[in-house]
Design a protein around this ligand. Structure first.
Ligand code: GCU
Length: 738
């Protein structure tokens, strides 16, 4: 039985109010309301960095007069999305919704749009050249004797991006009275890769299930999809690959294309194109063909027809991402063809519609290689110049596999005739899953700033990726998403920062990791300086910490087998040598490390000479990559003056110590942020502390069996035997392959 209250909502009508239990029930209801109330206002992280909570009084006094009226068109979906975001954002931050008008009529007008959409903007003679299709300018000016602000662009999408920038300025309490900003992205395709399976499992995902509710699509459009699109647009992400690179051909069937089409409809107003991962053997699996040979006319026709079918549904479909001939995935080599043959066949299918193919270079052959580090380069460099114009080769940041720290991939700079896309991992497969507080900004920055030297000094990876080094108009960056159904999206509050920094650096790969963390903290937590400064320090030190307690001095690939949770430096045997840890650390009684010098596997020679020479020399190689490139005696001396063995143990312990310092810093910040988020971060840091110690102890116990050396003075022995660490099993660790 329902009755309608004064505010129009319907509630069940209590039917026995006269009975004796009435007061008890009323009391119980009141208690329940009290218990539920805080939940209703939960600081659960759902709003990400788009929180828009009211600013403090001083900021309100500064901003309100300057942002009194919104003048903007609302004739299409992107324009309406822009208007709604500004109304929501300004309304929240300023505590009052701004007036919306068609023409400026008061002081403090904010004009948002393009010369075509807003005639008043066209009269201002703004210089929009060079802003392209996604750039914008934000300027303070005098309009008919009144102070105004314009957010102007050549396209509606540019105006949307500019609007998010304006909101960001307020969230960071920046002055807005003399603005003169111009921004355009350096990179064209700024894409998230979801490793999401159609059954909602997320490969290497640590934040719940896939947000794509395939079963209820296309009829039920979860409002979360819109919030996902908003969050991405706010940081400039303009593409999403919705399914796993280990692809299921079903995504290309009409039933699933209906669902992809529905998602594309949600993403479109926010400037986000949808892409799918294509399984190379799809013509055989869902097309009834006997082969998927890219040179077979029937196969080529099948892909062309498939592309036509997709574009008939989704005219702005982005294209295909492909993992081929890698880790058991089918590919052109199965038919005696090359990567270029395979990529070009798909490129031909999407080219008439303006689509692209992102062809991954994460390959290593099934035969045991002499060094997995060299394989992608060996397979791809000979094909430079053979790829069609709408193909990008997507290269992981390093040559092995998203390890805690890797030198930049030698392919960057080595294929000047091909646009190379960067692939970063945002999800932390090898960096402590979603529980460890590890800010990836410094890691992305380190790789993007690395100098390939291929065209002289200053030939940074960023310049390869943004196309400027070799003059490519097409450019891209991909990030393997850390997003799932967890209420906070990313599995932890601080992992939201990794999604954020990825997007910001995809837009501008020259940005500074610390500056981005600073803006993220102010938007996500608080602008209280007493909070921001110490937490910034924590974030900036966190990547070095995880490197120290997991894989110091260039060690790599030492994690548990399969699920990749926890230490497993002893992992050996199994189907492939290069899936073991012993293959990578090569510890013996004498020393440790992988000899990739000219007298070892010679992987160093895949880099340009100045880089190769430095990496080849144990005295010149950056110490963080010492054991990546060199096999060194336990008793050799390193920069600190310690022996290698002592330094290794020192670094493991240093990493644990840094986590302890993070715990202390965070404990001191109680009261500066809401209790709910403070509590979760605190508990997660405790997990991180425990697991960092476990990594340190297990690794030290294991490597000591090789070095045979005592622990340096003051270093505590591992509390358990090596056998104990080896015996630990984690059958249900999240994110494993299926
Ligand atoms: C890693 C990861 C796999 C993934 C692969 C890839 O090896 O563990 O789950 O499929 O990378 O990037 O294709």
């Amino acid at each position: 039985m329902l009755h309608t209250t004064a505010n129009g909502r319907q509630h069940p009508r209590p039917s026995h109010l006269g009975r004796p239990g009435r007061w008890l029930r009323m009391l119980a209801a009141a208690l329940l309301a009290l218990a539920v109330l805080p939940l209703a206002q939960a600081e659960d992280g759902y709003e990400l960095w788009l929180r828009y909570r009211p600013l403090e009084q001083a900021a309100l006094e500064r901003y309100r007069p300057a942002l009194a009226q919104l003048v903007l068109p609302a004739g299409n979906e992107t324009q309406r999305a822009t208007r709604d975001e500004l109304v929501r954002g300004l309304g929240g931050l300023l505590g009052q919704a701004p007036a919306v008008a068609d023409v400026p009529s008061a002081a403090g007008a904010v004009l948002v749009g393009t010369p075509a959409s807003l005639p008043r903007l066209a009269q201002l003679g703004l210089d929009l050249d060079g802003l392209g299709e996604e750039g914008y300018l934000i300027r303070s000016l005098d309009l008919d004797g009144r102070a105004a602000t314009v957010v102007a662009a050549n396209t509606d999408l540019g105006a949307l991006y500019g609007s998010f920038h304006l909101l960001r300025l307020l969230q960071a309490r920046q002055p807005i009275d003399a603005l003169d900003l111009r921004q355009a992205p350096n990179v064209k395709l700024r894409v998230l890769n979801h490793w999401d399976d159609l059954n909602r499992h997320v490969e290497r995902g640590y934040s719940g299930q896939s947000i794509w509710d395939w079963h209820r699509l296309p009829d039920w459009l979860d409002p979360r999809y819109t919030d996902y699109a908003r969050a991405n647009a706010s940081i400039g992400i303009n593409g999403t690959v919705v399914n796993n690179v280990n692809a299921n051909a079903q995504i290309l069937t009409p039933m699933y294309l209906d669902k992809v089409q529905a998602l594309a409809g949600v993403m479109r107003p926010w400037g986000i194109k949808v892409y799918v991962s294509a399984r190379f053997s799809a013509p055989m699996e869902i097309g009834g063909l006997a082969t998927a040979d890219p040179m077979d006319p029937a196969v080529r026709a099948w892909w062309r027809a498939k592309a036509d079918e997709i574009y008939a549904r989704i005219p702005d479909f982005g294209g295909f991402l492909v993992k081929a001939n890698s880790e058991g995935q089918p590919g052109p080599q199965d038919f005696g063809r090359t990567h270029a043959d395979g990529a070009n066949m798909l490129a031909e299918a999407v080219a008439p519609h303006g689509g692209v193919v992102m062809w991954r270079a994460f390959v290593y052959s099934d035969e045991e290689p002499d060094d997995r580090h060299k394989q992608a380069y060996t397979e791809f460099v000979p094909h430079d110049g053979e790829f069609a114009d709408n193909v990008l080769v997507q290269v992981k940041n390093g040559a092995i596999d998203f390890q805690p720290r890797e030198p930049f991939h030698p392919l960057f700079g080595a294929m000047p005739k091909t646009p190379l896309m960067m692939e970063f991992q945002i999800t932390k497969e090898y960096l402590g899953f979603a529980t460890h507080l590890v800010y990836l900004g410094p890691m992305y920055e380190e790789v993007l700033r690395a100098d390939t030297h291929v065209a002289g000094p200053g030939s940074t990876v960023a310049k390869v990726v943004d196309g400027s080094l070799h003059g490519h108009a097409l450019s891209g960056i991909a990030g393997v998403a850390n997003i799932g159904t967890d209420r906070n999206w990313s599995g932890s509050h601080f992992d939201q920062a990794n999604w954020y920094v990825y997007g910001r650096m995809a837009w501008d790969p020259y940005l500074d990791a610390r500056a981005i963390a600073d803006e993220w903290l102010r938007m996500t937590f608080t602008a209280d300086e007493a909070f921001v400064e110490p937490v910034l320090d924590m974030m900036m030190a966190s990547h070095q910490a995880v490197v120290d307690y997991m894989t110091p001095l260039g060690l790599h690939h030492l994690m548990g087998r399969g699920h990749h949770y926890g230490p497993g430096p002893w992992v050996e045997g199994g189907p492939r040598a290069d899936w073991t840890s012993v293959y990578f650390h090569r510890a013996t009684r004498q020393g440790i490390g992988f000899d990739r010098t000219t007298s070892g596997s010679d992987a160093v020679s895949q880099y340009a000479p100045p880089v190769a020479e430095a990496f080849n020399d144990p005295a010149r190689v950056p110490e963080e990559f010492l054991l990546w490139f060199h096999h060194r005696p336990w008793t050799s001396t390193v920069a600190s003056g310690r022996t290698l063995w002592d330094e290794l143990v020192h670094r493991y312990s240093r990493g644990v110590g840094q986590v302890e310092r993070m715990q202390q810093a965070w404990a001191g910040l109680r009261g500066h942020v809401d209790a709910e988020r403070h509590h979760q971060v605190e508990r997660f840091l405790a997990i991180q502390r425990k697991e960092a110690q476990w990594w340190r102890d297990a690794s030290v116990a294991y490597f000591q069996t090789f070095s045979g050396l005592p622990l340096p003075e003051g270093e505590a022995p591992p509390p358990h035997s090596l056998e104990y660490y080896k015996s630990l099993e984690f059958p249900h660790a999240p994110g494993d392959t299926q």
